[in-house]
Design a protein around this ligand. Sequence first.
Ligand code: F6R
Length: 245
Amino acid sequence: MFRNIRVVTEPDYDAMSRAAAEIFAEALKEKPNGVYGFATGGTPVGMYKELISMAEASEIDFSQVTTFNLDEYHPINPDDPQSYIYFMRQNLFNAVGLKDSQINIPNGTAADPVAECAAYEDKILNAGGIDLQILGIGNNGHIGFNEPSEAFTAQTNYTALTEMTVKANARFFNNADEVPKHAITMGIRSIMLAKRILLLCGGEGKASILHDALLGPITPLVPASILQTHPNVTVVTDKAAAALL
Ligand code: F6R
């Protein structure tokens, strides 16, 4: 127990992905028509693979869920392989048979990204809020694209990516110049309103920031540190990332 937060430490990435998938599957079985929040990035890919296997084996069923993704680059086309909607379709949505009507993700082509933020926030509220939100954590402590700053963000917001995030995400592009420099992201308040949060964090490169997020001061300079004040957070990690806890 780290203050409020339950931490599940597994030996390696595969075990971590299985453990996270099992937690998600239990929640889905309990509430088949729930609202589930997803993250992109490298970390949850293993968990998504496990969920696909479970769905293929008819152990879980996505037919009644509503989904919301944390964020999307802006501007970016939905059929751009680097877009987050493309990523989600490739890594989870297509294989578990989600229909377009079940999927919500900020519109990377919105002409007015600020209006898109307000509309996205309304959609979350109208869906009754998020039952379970999956999160990763950036090397700088960001969640969604809520970057370290002087103040916590509130609602879904249009934001500039930090240089560190652009560099970290350049691994998915040909080079850093191709990484969009803005994104639309659920805000800290939007994330904190999720009834339950499942944060995945693996690898030794994340050990220091995971320590700061779970055990350091609660500060917007480490956005994930706000999770210490959420009543229902589970962190699933591997030994390498948990090394400093
Ligand atoms: C992705 C997202 C980001 C990532 C974070 C970690 O939707 O919102 O906050 O979760 O950048 O990314 P990986 O898992 O690639 O280390």
